[in-house]
Design a protein around this ligand. Structure first.
Ligand SMILES: NC(=O)c1ccc[n+]([C@@H]2O[C@H](COP(=O)([O-])OP(=O)(O)OC[C@H]3O[C@@H](n4cnc5c(N)ncnc54)[C@H](O)[C@@H]3O)[C@@H](O)[C@H]2O)c1
Length: 263
């Protein structure tokens, strides 16, 4: 973050910004005057996100690539620093989740889930953390999930991966606290995104439910606030941590889950 309270001129990198929550975060940062590097493996999605930011005054930088590739995180950070000379905000949003029964779990699902949600996020945090430590300023926001604290027998790899995100957030926050960099996380409630739609469709099948709409309604009713999260509400939470929260807040896990997660 620039030392003053303004946001113009801050430089952000948002992973998984080719769609869903990441796209909304990129748009909201750009509308606040923050330059945004839009990172995703989905090139078309990145182009669409950049087009949606066109009315902002922010600079936009496409960062296309698979963050699980060797040097993927390092290359993404290097590209931003090469273009803009530094990095003030990292939002680790890219994620993957797959449904399978506990007793039928597969190595493939574990590998993909841990590679995206854990390994890439940790390496992104370290790569960005090195740049921010040098600058003596920066903010990192990781996207976790209420799943990290729930018993989810059909979603075990995802839930475990998000518990790892919580752990990495703590380690990174303690490492970077003396260096002027904060590290926090946001736990979003159920949002209507591509990930959520495909996950719940498979979950319904696995639970033998043909009445998918009724199944979704039941799940929504379990949210204490009585509805699903708007992507904009979750994005606003991320933006607050990235731009507006006091610099003394670090190692925090902020719930934007309508009461689903209440610690
Ligand atoms: N949707 C929900 O209800 C919900 C709830 C809690 C937490 N979350 C978390 O929010 C974050 C965003 O989820 P979403 O619902 O917007 O998902 P999404 O699937 O709509 O978007 C995720 C984006 O990440 C990108 N991505 C995936 N793997 C990548 C990789 N290896 N390299 C680069 N990009 C990659 C995808 O291309 C996609 O654009 C995730 O971390 C997810 O776990 C979502």
């Amino acid at each position: 973050m620039p030392k003053d309270s303004g946001t113009h001129g801050a430089r952000a990198l948002v992973t998984g910004a080719g769609g869903g929550l990441g796209r909304q975060i990129a748009i909201d940062l750009a509308m606040r005057g923050v330059d945004v590097a839009v990172a995703d493996l989905n090139e078309k999605g990145v182009d669409e996100t950049i087009a949606l930011c066109a009315s902002s005054k922010a600079r936009l930088l496409p960062v296309i690539g698979d963050l699980t590739a060797d040097d993927g995180p390092e290359n993404a950070v290097r590209k931003v620093v090469g273009a803009w000379g530094g990095l003030d905000i990292l939002v680790n949003n890219a994620g993957y989740g797959g449904i399978e029964r506990f007793l039928e779990m597969t190595a493939g699902l574990w590998d993909r889930t841990l590679a995206v949600n854990v390994k890439a996020l940790a390496l992104m945090t370290a790569a960005a953390g090195r740049v921010m430590a040098e600058q003596k300023s920066g903010r990192i926001v990781n996207i976790t999930s209420p799943a990290s604290r729930m018993a989810l027998p059909n979603y075990t790899a995802y839930a475990a991966s998000k518990a790892a995100v919580d752990s990495i957030t703590r380690s990174a926050a303690i490492t970077l606290a003396p260096l002027g960099v904060t590290v926090n996380s946001v736990a979003p409630g159920m949002m209507d995104t591509e990930m959520q739609r495909s996950t719940e469709a498979v979950l319904a099948r696995l639970e033998g439910r043909n009445d998918v709409d009724a199944f979704l309604d039941e799940r929504t009713r379990r949210v204490p606030i009585g509805r699903r999260a708007e992507i904009t509400e979750v994005s606003a939470t991320v933006i607050w941590l990235a731009l507006d929260a006091p610099a003394y807040i670090t190692a925090e896990r902020l719930n934007a889950s309508g009461g689903l997660d209440r610690d």
